[in-house]
Design a binder for this molecule. Structure first.
Ligand SMILES: Nc1ncnc2c1ncn2[C@@H]1O[C@H](COP(=O)(O)OP(=O)(O)O)[C@@H](O)[C@H]1O
Ligand SMILES: [Mg+2]
Length: 438
């Protein structure tokens, strides 16, 4: 089922600017789509069409198979929610509470239902403390959060966000992307615009590149970003990870497909062609010694007793010094730690309040010395309740897997469906894991 299908869209602003010149666009239900393009390429104009805010000069838009027309505009706006780039365009009520209540009220819902919905999104977005404040007095990050909350409170099937990451700091961006992932896991179609190719590469299932009011190219990130000329011609910057990979590949160090994450990138590196640097454990080593490799505190160490992974010392060194090892035999992944994924009920399943704290304390008690991460709102709230500090704040599942590959044992608390997604990712990378559902 297509959530959105636009065909041959053309749009000319009253001053004669031709902003869209024949755009075809499709979003499948439940998909995560990033629309990339330099300033002025038509991203905002295209998004305004998706909920009928502006009407095309030519072409048409269908929402779940229904053509947008004057007559069905109300129904369309229930199904497609639009978050503006600048939250000041959207926020106007005297308090955050009233602002978020405005949309649901307009849908004609009972006052009680409206109140419930508002409380639910305030909790989901962790902004209960802002409810009585005036939107005008919030920081940009808070305003953007409230603006998204206002749209989510209307429970649309499709959420369209114009540059949700722009102007936010790193933790604001991570928080926003995590919220969007959570909504996507609950079945919402998410379409966002950005000029951040790193963000698009790591997040989107499909990418559209707009240029001068046309679709320059669309496809899976792996294909789009593999094409060196395409990205440059589109006026975009290569994702850092892709650029690094290209430099490595040109020097014979990396191989395979273009990576879209640090984890993928690690896999592309051919350790056989490099000398591996490691520290020497409690002994002295001479050049040419056969050594065994072990992983401790996230670092590789060489020792004289042989282990499952072995190599040959390139030069001599004393205890604690760095040396290089060549001719590595055995798979470094054997030295990896393991990961435990703990599923915390998602917001719509009652969140952290549905959890018995004793079980959490048991898990944490058995996790001494392990690295801990939390992804999604209910998992984060749960960790706050335990008073534990998380080791991973950003990119939790990837950071957790990278830590495992460095020999750490890791516990990740994940909200709702995010837990299942985490399990899939861990399986994909053949990492040793266990799964607990709270
Ligand atoms: N209100 C407007 N009046 C006239 N031209 C506009 C207006 N809004 C946008 N444009 C023009 O339309 C083109 C597409 O703009 P826009 O959709 O905002 O692109 P993007 O969001 O990719 O930066 C640009 O050339 C821009 O200058
Ligand atoms: Mg724009």
């Amino acid at each position: 089922m297509k959530a959105i299908k636009a065909t041959g869209l053309e749009y000319i602003y009253p001053d004669g600017t031709e902003a869209l010149s024949g755009v075809d666009f499709e979003a499948n239900a439940g998909e995560r789509i990033a629309v990339l393009g330099p300033n002025g390429s038509g991203k905002t104009t295209l998004f305004y069409h998706f909920n009928g805010l502006i009407r095309p000069a030519r072409g048409e838009i269908q929402v779940f198979g229904e053509k947008i027309q004057k007559e069905n505009m109300d129904r369309i706006r229930e199904r497609v929610g639009l978050v503006f780039q600048n939250p000041d365009t959207q926020l106007f009520a005297p308090t955050v509470f009233e602002d978020i209540a405005f949309g649901p009220k307009n849908l004609g819902l009972d006052p009680e239902v409206v109140r419930d919905r508002v409380s639910q999104v305030l909790r989901r977005f962790d902004i209960e403390n802002l409810a009585r404040k005036s939107p005008a007095n919030l920081s940009l990050g808070q305003k953007k959060r409230v603006a998204i909350a206002g749209v989510v409170a209307m429970e649309p099937d499709v959420i369209v966000l114009d540059e949700p990451a722009s102007g936010l700091d790193a933790s604001g961006i991570t928080g926003t992307m995590e919220m969007l992932d959570e909504l996507n896991n609950e079945g919402k179609t998410i379409i966002l615009s950005t000029h951040d190719t790193d963000l698009a590469a790591s997040w989107a299932e499909r990418v559209y590149i707009l240029n001068k009011g046309r679709v320059f190219r669309s496809g899976a990130p792996r294909h789009i970003f593999a094409d060196e000329n395409l990205i440059a011609e589109a006026g975009l910057k290569h994702p850092v990870i892709v650029q690094t990979f290209r430099e490595f590949r040109a020097r014979g160090i990396s191989k395979g497909e273009v990576p879209l994450s640090v984890l993928d990138f690690m896999e592309s590196v051919d350790v056989k062609v490099m000398n591996i640097r490691c520290a020497i454990a409690g002994c002295d080593i001479s050049a040419g010694d056969e050594v065994g490799l072990e992983m401790k505190d996230g670092m590789l160490y060489a020792a004289l007793d042989l282990r499952s992974v072995t190599g040959k010392a390139v030069f001599s060194g004393k205890k604690g010094e760095d040396i290089a090892v060549k001719d590595v035999a055995g798979d470094l992944q054997q030295l990896a730690g393991s990961i435990t994924i703990v599923r915390v009920p998602g917001i719509i399943e009652g969140g952290s309040r549905a959890v018995e704290m004793d079980r959490v304390r048991d898990i944490l008690g058995g996790s001494k010395g392990k690295k801990i991460g939390a992804m999604g709102t209910s998992a984060k709230v749960l960790m706050n309740r335990t008073g534990m500090k998380c080791d991973f704040e950003f990119d939790v599942i990837q950071s957790g897997m990278l830590a495992v590959l460095r020999g750490f044992d890791v516990v990740i608390f994940a909200s709702g469906k995010m837990a299942e997604r985490a399990v899939e990712k861990v399986k994909e990378k053949k990492i040793d894991f266990s799964y607990v559902s709270l």
